[in-house]
Design a protein around this ligand. Structure first.
Ligand code: ADP
Length: 164
């Protein structure tokens, strides 16, 4: 069985992520979508909220498992029996960061390959941070994220607004 891991922050999941996950599911028998629980990185959604949104958005894919993880992604991948980590590439700006990450991960575990997929054209500008910025200003993000995620963003920012 060929197993892959799609690691990331997914804060929150966008249609850009879902495009990569769906394409990974066509190539691998099983795909673990792994939400990095990094307390040092300030996130809008908790790891559990992010996993729940991902699980809901991928429930039509029968070879996906969504879960959170802590620590080194190569170690997580090894525990899951993965042969590859799948990452999405948008602009050239992604390339430098991803090359660095892939080289470090290759050094840590030579048996786990990093596989890159080019973003689909319509999502090349899409990122979780851009979605959060628009949503925080009251803009409509429903073209970029699944319905429940758009609703969760409205709830988060209206709660933040109430707190001042
Ligand atoms: P990180 O926080 O580690 O940058 P993200 O959670 O934002 O990661 O994304 C996880 C993965 O999804 C990364 O490989 C990222 O490049 C990819 N990704 C995010 N948005 C898009 C998009 N619009 N198109 C293609 N890949 C994307």
């Amino acid at each position: 069985m060929k197993i892959a891991v799609c690691p990331g922050s997914f804060d929150p999941v966008t249609f850009g992520h879902l495009d990569i996950i769906t394409r990974a599911c066509d190539l691998f028998d099983r795909v673990y979508v792994a939400v990095l629980n990094n307390p040092a990185k300030k996130a809008l959604f908790t790891p559990d909220e992010r996993v729940e949104m991902l699980a809901h958005a991928t429930e039509h894919l029968d070879n996906v498992i969504c879960e959170k993880f802590e620590g080194l992604v190569v170690e997580y991948a090894r525990h899951r029996g993965a042969i590859a980590m799948v990452r999405g590439l948008r602009a050239v700006t992604d390339f430098e960061f991803e090359l660095k990450m892939a080289s470090m991960n290759h050094h840590l575990d030579k048996d786990i390959e990093t596989v890159f997929m080019m973003t689909s054209n319509e999502y090349s500008f899409l990122s979780s941070s851009a979605v959060k910025e628009v949503a925080s200003l009251g803009g409509d993000v429903s073209a970029w994220v699944p319905g429940p995620v758009a609703e969760a963003l409205v709830r988060k920012y209206s709660m933040a607004g109430q707190r001042g």
